[in-house]
Design a binder for this molecule. Structure first.
Ligand code: RRO
Length: 311
């Protein structure tokens, strides 16, 4: 396919995949992703033990995007790890992503040790940017803590690792996070997680229940922020660290823009659940391929990161 890509030593038949948290909590959902045109899949972010997450209603959406305060509901690391190890046996040339986090620094090390010791061969996405766990500040905004965690993790973790980052809004923050990430043998970063602490109101009442209605915003509302983060990090990170772009992708044009900004792979989040993996990945792949054909690009490498600036 025109849209094939690579991240580290891994090759993917298609640069499109789901975003963690979207259609990836159960075996049934993961299997539907696996059978679609997506080039890979990532699991719901797993913790050591399963979690029910926050009270409902905890998700709402409109034609421009979504708000969520899921609170990390997941079936626990063993469930996702066993699923992926099994998939790898059936599908030896398709690389998969496992998303993990911990509710404490110690839990992050414990869960990554488990992944390191398992037979999982794919890529691990360490989520440093969940905005919705009450009482837990967002790790990606604490630069010192990010540096400490990565220093500890790379003492023992020997598999390909990436980090999922929150959106940043200031050039000095792009500089600081890139300076830290460049010190480590990261394979990729995923940018951006939802824009934390938005507030939606229906009539006179919050749209979701947890934390008095505050939640992470995704979809079209965040595309400009996502593109800026992908491009700012593309310009600052060493070339070995590949970028997975996520935020506001519902068409081939959106994916094309993420790649122009520097993304090697593009995740689809908010726009996926309404349509389902089969139809969504077919639509976006066809649209992206049509744009490439019209512009005479035969691979995404021909335009990746080549955003033009007005003179
Ligand atoms: O589960 C969630 O509330 C959640 C997570 Br872990 C995340 O990384 N991003 C998000 O918007 N919601």
């Amino acid at each position: 396919m025109y849209t094939k890509t690579t991240i580290g030593d891994y090759s993917f038949t298609n640069c499109l995949m789901n975003a963690s948290g979207i259609h990836c909590g159960t075996i049934k959902e993961l299997d539907e992703l696996d059978q679609s045109l997506a080039g890979s899949l990532v699991t719901k972010t797993a913790t050591l033990k399963s979690r029910v997450g926050n009270e409902e209603p905890r998700f709402d959406w409109d034609s421009f995007g979504s708000i969520n305060s899921m609170g990390l509901p997941n079936l626990g690391i063993d469930y996702y790890l066993e699923y992926l190890v099994e998939k790898e046996k059936q599908n030896t040339d398709k690389p998969y992503f496992l998303s993990v986090t911990g509710l404490s620094e110690t839990e992050i090390y414990e869960i990554l040790k488990k992944v390191n010791e398992s037979t999982f061969q794919g890529l691990t996405e360490l989520n440093l940017s969940c905005p919705n766990v009450p009482g837990k500040p967002l790790t990606g905004y604490d630069f010192e803590l990010v540096e400490t965690i990565l220093t500890e993790v790379f003492k023992f973790f020997k598999k390909p690792l990436g980090v999922k980052l929150p959106p940043y809004f200031d050039n000095s923050h792009f500089d600081q996070i890139a300076q830290i990430l460049n010190q480590f043998p990261l394979t990729f970063i995923t940018s951006i997680n939802s824009v934390g602490n938005g507030l939606w109101i229906n009539d006179e009442t919050t749209a979701i229940k947890p934390q008095n209605g505050f939640g992470g915003i995704g979809g079209k509302y965040v595309k400009a922020t996502a593109l800026a983060n992908v491009h700012a990090l593309y310009k600052r990170l060493k070339s070995e660290i590949k970028i997975i772009g996520v935020g506001g992708v519902s068409t081939g044009r959106d994916a094309f823009e993420h790649i122009l900004c520097g993304a090697s792979m593009v995740q689809i989040g908010t726009s996926l659940p309404g349509v389902g993996p089969d139809a969504k990945f077919t639509q976006v792949t066809e649209e992206l391929t049509a744009i490439m054909q019209e512009k005479n690009y035969r691979s995404i490498e021909e335009f990746r990161g080549k955003l033009k600036y007005i003179d």
